[in-house]
Design a protein around this ligand. Structure first.
Ligand code: DGL
Length: 274
C-alpha cells in the first residue's frame, strides 16, 4: 500500500505520528454534528468515530456511570486505534470526565465540548439566553462555574431536556416533537423584545439534529448556537502545535459503535452524506 504524505509533505511518517487517526466519541449519533465540522476543517485527517450507543443515554445516569464509560471508550480508542488526538464530542462526558482524561493522558491533544454560553452573550441583543442540554451537563460544576463567570452579562434560562437525546438517538419523530414542544415552552417567551429569549444554546451534541423541531417553537429570528466550528478550530490548533497535523491526502472516517452499526451508518449517511 502506498504511503501517504504527512504534514511535511513528504512520503511516509514524519516520526511524530501525524498519520494516525483522530478519535471522536459520543454516547451515540450526537457527536456526528461535531464530526461534520471536524471533517470540513481537517479534510486530510482520518477519524475513528465511536458511538457508545449500547450504553446511551449518558445524560440522566450520573457522573460515576459517565466517568466509567468515558474511561472504557478512551482506552479502546487509544489501544486499538492508536489515536493521536481525542475529541470528546459529548457535553455530558466532557462535564463529568474531561479533567480525568487530561490527568491520565497529559501528552494527548484533547478537546471537549461545553455549552456555548460565552458566544451566546456576544450574540444576544435582549441579554436573555436559553440553554438546553442533558441534566448531567446542566447540573455539572463545570457549567455552574461557566455560568457564574457570565451571570452579570446576561440572564440565562436553563432547561434540562430529559429524554430528548434518547429520542434523537432512536430517531423517534413523535417523541422528538412532543419533547421539543414541552422544553421550548418551559424556556418561556422567544423574540427580540426585552425579556424575551433571542439566543438558544444547544448544549448537547444531539440537539442540532432536532433543530428543525426546536425552531418550530422559537420563531425565525432566534439564533441557535452549536459548538462544532470552535471545537474543530481548537482541534486544528492543538494538532498544529504538536506537529501532528496531516495536511495532505484525502481523509477517511471509520464508524464504530457499541450499539447498532446499521443505525449509526444510517445517521452518518443522512447527516454527513457518508
Ligand atoms: N450527546 C451528548 C451530549 O452532548 C449526550 C446525550 C446523552 O447520551 O444523554 O451531552
Amino acid at each position: 500500500m502506498a504511503e501517504e504524505n504527512c504534514h511535511r509533505g513528504v512520503q511516509g511518517h514524519c516520526g511524530r505520528g501525524c498519520l494516525k487517526p483522530i478519535g471522536v466519541f459520543d454516547s451515540g449519533v450526537g457527536g456526528l454534528s461535531i464530526l461534520k465540522a471536524l471533517r470540513s476543517q481537517l479534510p486530510a485527517e482520518d477519524f475513528v468515530y465511536l458511538a457508545d450507543a449500547g450504553f446511551a443515554p449518558y445524560g440522566e445516569r450520573g457522573d460515576d456511570y459517565v466517568i466509567e464509560r468515558t474511561r472504557v471508550v478512551v482506552d479502546r480508542l487509544l489501544r486499538a486505534h492508536q489515536v493521536k488526538a481525542l475529541v470528546i464530542a459529548c457535553n455530558t462526558a466532557t462535564a463529568a470526565a474531561v479533567h480525568l482524561v487530561r490527568a491520565q493522558y497529559p501528552g494527548l491533544p484533547l478537546v471537549g465540548v461545553e455549552p456555548a454560553l460565552k458566544p451566546a452573550v456576544a450574540l444576544s441583543k435582549t441579554r436573555r439566553i436559553g440553554v438546553i442540554g442533558t441534566r448531567g451537563t446542566l447540573t455539572s460544576a463545570k457549567v455552574r462555574t461557566l455560568h457564574d463567570s457570565l451571570k452579570d452579562q446576561a440572564d440565562f434560562v436553563f432547561v434540562p431536556c430529559d429524554g430528548l437525546a434518547d429520542a434523537i438517538q432512536n430517531d423517534d419523530a413523535g417523541q422528538i416533537t412532543q419533547l421539543s414542544a414541552r422544553y421550548m415552552q418551559a424556556l418561556g417567551s422567544f423574540g427580540g423584545e426585552e425579556g424575551q429569549i433571542d439566543t438558544l444554546v444547544l448544549g448537547c451534541t444531539h440537539y442540532p439534529f432536532a433543530q428543525h423541531y426546536l425552531a418550530a417553537h422559537a420563531g425565525e429570528n432566534v439564533k441557535m448556537i452549536e459548538t462544532g466550528e470552535p471545537v474543530a478550530r481548537q482541534t486544528r490548533r492543538l494538532l498544529e502545535a504538536a506537529g501532528l497535523l496531516k495536511a495532505e491526502g484525502e481523509g477517511s472516517v471509520t464508524l464504530l459503535t457499541t450499539g447498532s452499526q446499521q443505525a449509526l451508518e444510517a445517521a452518518a449517511r443522512r447527516w454527513l452524506g457518508i
